[in-house]
Design a binder for this molecule. Structure first.
Ligand SMILES: Cc1ncc(COP(=O)(O)O)c(C=O)c1O
Length: 382
């Protein structure tokens, strides 16, 4: 347990001055290989796929921010999810939230299932559905909360109790919340996963992913995956994430404030249907959001009625950029059905509650009055 509070950790965990030069920023060690000190001995590093001093610093920071035992940085969020399932074997059973990021479903259905790993999708917003789906072969319950883009929450504590009673582990995709607003390990989960591409980097200039484990065996397991499968994050990308982490608590404060203001504006707009933002009292799981999260974030989705209306709205926006992704300083608006969730079949999209008129917003850190005015003029185009 660190004696420091969160913003201090974000600036300093893993980011102490370089012992050799005093450089205040973590040096970027662009070296694939390291001189050995003899046969079978080294200075802590031998080859950058297995470990790199810049990556080590990021991994230390990630572990500290999630309150975990070990951090592991991967080449993308998808590489981190792949690393989660790489140690599984044929015959193992995995439960996965039924409305996760579509890339997770594509990886599981088109590849992981072919290895004989049984992936079953379940409505993890209902802990009783998780309990009913558990089997003796269940090794992992993978939860995304809030889910992308429907903003459905799953109760991490309740699911962890159910999974642990049957010897399974729980991994949580914490991308939408960031470690500032939700710390799944404190709620009983075993492993946290991030697309660092989003809030951790925060500037939309790098793709990356992470796993944070809670036990020594996780360190052994995911180090072996990094070394064997090799989808590690490059030293320069590690540096970008380290840089982003320093301002993350500050950025998240503004994201939060703007997210709430935008949600309140949309909540009374006559052209908006099915607004999903866990910070609103009207969200069916608002009480769980208050209990489980440290804030409500800046992701929300709503329906403008049809694909044509969504197109007119997106086309009229001047500040919000019509682009996928989330968690950067700039506000983004996207049409979920044809972007982040295009990989799903029509039936799968319907089951995940993704309609043709659905718009997802990642509210950035600009002035909220400007953002609201932009949305207002976008609505006029419908
Ligand atoms: C919730 C969530 N998980 C995982 C991913 C995949 O991350 P990446 O794009 O870094 O591979 C994304 C990407 O949008 C995401 O939104």
């Amino acid at each position: 347990m660190s004696p420091y509070k969160y913003s201090t950790l974000a600036v300093h965990a893993g980011q102490h001055p370089d012992p050799q030069t005093g450089a205040v920023n973590v040096p970027v060690y662009l070296s694939s290989t390291f001189e050995l000190t003899g046969i079978g001995s080294d200075r802590g590093w031998d080859y950058s796929r297995a470990g790199n001093p810049t990556r080590d610093r990021l991994e230390t920071a990630l572990a500290a921010l999630e309150g975990g035992f070990c951090g592991h940085a991967f080449a993308s969020g998808m590489a981190a999810i792949h690393a989660l399932v790489t140690p599984l074997r044929a015959g193992d059973h995995v439960l996965c939230s039924h409305n996760v990021y579509a890339g997770t479903v594509r990886l599981f259905n088109q590849f992981v299932r072919q290895y004989g790993i049984d992936i079953e999708y379940v409505d993890t917003s209902k802990p009783e559905a998780v309990a009913a789906a558990m089997r003796p072969a269940t090794r992992l319950v993978h939860v995304e909360t809030p889910s992308n883009p429907a903003m459905v929450l799953s109760d991490i504590r309740a699911i962890s109790e159910i999974a642990h009673a049957q010897g399974a582990e729980v991994s949580v995709d914490n991308t939408f919340m960031s470690p500032v607003l939700q710390r799944p390990l404190e709620l009983g989960a075993d492993i946290v996963m991030h697309s660092t591409t989003k809030y951790l980097n925060g500037h939309s200039d790098g793709i990356g992913g992470a796993l944070v484990g809670s036990k020594p065996e996780h360190k052994e397991r995911y180090l072996l995956v990094q070394k064997s499968a090799g989808a590690i994050l490059s030293p320069f990308e590690c540096y970008l994430v380290l840089r982003g982490i320093k301002t993350m608590p500050l950025r998240i404060k503004q994201h939060e404030e703007n997210g709430r203001a935008v949600a309140e504006f949309l909540s009374t707009h006559p052209k908006v249907q099915r607004l999903a933002y866990p910070g609103l009292k009207s969200h069916p799981q608002h009480e769980l959001a208050v209990r489980q999260q440290k804030g409500f974030g800046s992701m929300l989705s709503f329906d403008v009625g049809s694909r044509a209306a969504a197109g007119r709205f997106l086309g009229a926006l001047k500040i919000f950029i019509n682009a996928e992704s989330l968690g950067g300083v700039e506000s983004l608006a996207s049409h979920s059905a044809t972007t982040t969730h295009a990989a799903l079949s029509d039936a799968e999209r319907a089951a995940a509650g993704i309609t043709d008129g659905m718009i997802r917003l990642s509210v950035g850190i600009e002035d909220k009055e400007d953002l609201i005015a932009d949305l207002e003029q976008g609505m006029k185009a419908i």
